[in-house]
Design a protein around this ligand. Sequence first.
Ligand code: PMP
Length: 396
Amino acid sequence: MTVNFADTQSLMDITARPEIVFVKGEGSWLEDHNGKRYLDVIQGWAVNCLGHNPPAIREALNRQSGLLINPSPAFYNQPSLELASRLTKASVFDRVFFANSGAEANEGAIKLARKWGQKKRNGAYKIITMNHAFHGRTLATMSASGKEGWDKKFPPQVDGFPKAELNDLDSVRALIDEQTVAIMLEPVQGEGGVIPATKEFMQGLQALCKEHNLLFIVDEVQTGYGRCGELFAYQHYGVTPDIMTLGKGIGGGVPLAALLSREEVSVFEYGDQGGTYNGNPLMTAVGVAVFDTLMADGFMDNVKARATQLSEGLLKLSAKYGMKGERGVGLLRALLLDGDYGNELVLAAREALPEGLLLNAPRPNLLRFMPALNITSEEIELMLTRLDDLIAKVRP
Ligand code: PMP
């Protein structure tokens, strides 16, 4: 395929601008405009949970496009009802609002908590979030995020997001006052470097929420939908949050996200939340197909087996090169490098011939892995072998 790279100047300057245009994909593999293949173990930052171009999604799109593709906001459609029913039955939540992105779902969670604060807690509005958290790129979700330097971008920030330290209950407790309405966190910080919350911390947060009448909000945009070896990561921790947000995996790559809440907390009234595309039948039909694939016999067993394989393989690499180990939950994992050469590895992996490897380094001293949940054992072995070769070449 002939590509005119001058055309890339027509796009807002938000990509790293590598001269690669992907033209097709299948499972864990992508192909660019030159016909070069890439083994993809990041899958668009965990979004393509069934890999590229999965048959289940193609079939759902075909089936639904023969029925109804356009949204009619403020009316019901069949796929949205089916997906909402599946999600509430599979979780501790009673109500679902479908959004188009993780950030929009989190905006909804913030608004819902504030509305609940107005109704039930004398106008309390502050939501304690974590340093290094990532909740999105809208103004409120950037303010809720704890990414270094983000408090200086686009000033002034949205008020009311005091920051605590992940896994430090005292730092959370010290921030609680009568204006506090909720605590919000990712069960595993993804963009922050794959840092899991401990069970003690999550259970401690739940206890603090009960004690102070606060809402417990989990952002499962990255950790949900099987990524961490259970359908939702909160299930690992033995906690029952009040609000959960989903994104990425819920649509397997199409723009679909969700805000879920328990009945007592579902205080939105007609007109409070919504948008033209929310609950679009084409996207929610895909959501149903993804959900049913994850729930099929043996699917989650494969996720757990591949997670163990990946974890053991990364540990071996770490031992071989004297690195700092690996960490993560399920198929959201990180290799802790022995220096700041993550970006060099990402570049060398992408440029490798004859086949590339797509890696991600959210911090220069670690690599993050978020492969398709249906990645095969052979693909994981291949990735580990190629990574081993790359480390041998690139490591300073
Ligand atoms: N929350 C978390 C935990 C995320 O990882 C992300 C995306 N990286 C978001 C929210 C934002 O999702 P989106 O890009 O769909 O707005």
